[in-house]
Design a protein around this ligand. Structure first.
Ligand SMILES: NC(=O)c1ccc[n+]([C@@H]2O[C@H](COP(=O)([O-])OP(=O)(O)OC[C@H]3O[C@@H](n4cnc5c(N)ncnc54)[C@H](OP(=O)(O)O)[C@@H]3O)[C@@H](O)[C@H]2O)c1
Length: 336
């Protein structure tokens, strides 16, 4: 089968055909994985998404560092290809999705039946392959942890990114007033068309002034829940907009700067700060994670959430261009 292997850590944006330093090697003869136990299911992968964590892992900068060589890739969708003798939940041909620590950038993957989720009839399988990590993270953060309520004010940083866009949509499903922060006109227009209540374009507006103006126009006091996958100066500015009793969801540091949240201000303002590592729920709270994904798949089937796939590529295309295309789609368009 085809599988994308990382043989050495390095810059994932280097195309293998122009650089010897590319960390990737596309194998076309990797062994198809066998069913490892009586409850194993083999899935023929239809789609797998590229998450920020995959990028960090190839660089060697992720919190979990697998031994080399490894097949990257975490969430995926596909069709059941083979089942072990004790499998009761699935049959060959069923559409499923799931996530793993590693291994979905391949044509086949094996999982225990307890780790797979049935994709409801009528749902796009490619969309389902992009759901677990991004939507799962935002759902556990907003619904389970912050318990976001209707009419609360949710502010989402990095709102045009993978987890940010999912937080925006889940915020609307929960009935919150959603403020989105993004960079650039194209992303701002897209967010406006997604029904967001207010969008800040960081490329031409000051986040504090813009959000204060919006809150005043709606007679709102401040932000109740801050969803933060960005960090850095943006977190520092956003803290000036938070209400008494606000919640801060620490999701990630896409700006590459870990923010400082002063404990004295958290005390005076009665803030709750949640650190959230979604993947670790599989070990510590598997039921929370499973219930969350089931609810998200039901929302997908009802059209309450829509997964925006900006680009799709075959594994074979990686042989020519590497992961460079996934990470630099604009530059790639110009190159071709
Ligand atoms: N805690 C968890 O369990 C969990 C799960 C999934 C992801 N994450 C983390 O969440 C973060 C985002 O992941 P993702 O998949 O959404 O990545 P992504 O799709 O690349 O999105 C990142 C977003 O952040 C914005 N951004 C980056 N630097 C910025 C800056 N200096 N100022 C303002 N905006 C900035 C980007 O804006 P532009 O589009 O304008 O560049 C982009 O929209 C990563 O750190 C990832 O590791 C954590």
């Amino acid at each position: 089968m085809e599988a994308l292997l990382v043989r050495k850590l390095g810059d994932p944006t280097l195309p293998p055909n122009v650089s010897e330093n590319s960390p990737f090697d596309l194998s076309t003869s990797h062994p198809i994985p066998n069913l490892g136990s009586p409850t194993s299911v083999r899935v023929r992968v239809k789609a797998t998404s590229l998450n920020f964590a995959n990028y960090l892992q190839v660089l060697g900068k992720y919190q979990e560092k697998p031994p080399l060589p490894f097949i990257p890739g975490s969430d995926y969708s596909g069709v059941v290809d083979a089942v072990g003798p004790n499998v009761t939940k699935f049959k060959i041909g069923d559409p499923v999705c799931s996530f793993v620590a590693l291994g979905s950038f391949a044509q086949f993957i094996v999982a225990d039946q307890s780790d797979l989720f049935r994709v409801p009839d009528g749902c796009d399988l490619v969309a389902a392959g992009a759901l677990p990590v991004a939507y799962g993270t935002s759902h556990v953060a907003l619904v389970h942890r912050a318990q976001l309520r209707p009419n609360q004010v949710l502010m989402v940083l990095g709102a045009a990114g993978g987890v940010g866009l999912s937080a925006v949509q889940i915020g609307k499903v929960c009935g919150a007033t959603v403020i989105a922060v993004a960079r650039g006109n194209e992303k701002v227009q897209f967010l406006k068309s997604s029904g967001v209540d207010h969008v800040v374009d960081l490329s031409n507006a000051n986040v504090i002034e813009s959000v204060k103006g919006f809150l005043k126009s709606r007679k709102l006091k401040g932000v109740d829940v801050l969803y933060d996958p960005v960090g850095g100066k943006l977190t520092k500015d956003s803290m000036k907009l938070l209400n008494w009793g606000a919640q801060i969801l620490v999701i990630g540091f896409a700006s590459e700067e870990v923010p400082v949240i002063p404990a004295n201000i958290a005390l005076v303002k009665n803030w709750t700060i949640h650190g959230l590592y979604w993947g670790s729920h599989k070990i510590y709270q598997p039921n929370v994670l499973g219930d969350s994904l089931k609810e998200l798949l039901s929302w997908l089937s009802k059209g309450l959430i829509t997964i925006n796939i900006s680009h799709t590529f075959s594994l074979a295309e990686v042989r020519i261009f590497g992961i460079y295309h996934f990470l630099n789609p604009e530059k790639s368009k110009k190159r071709s």
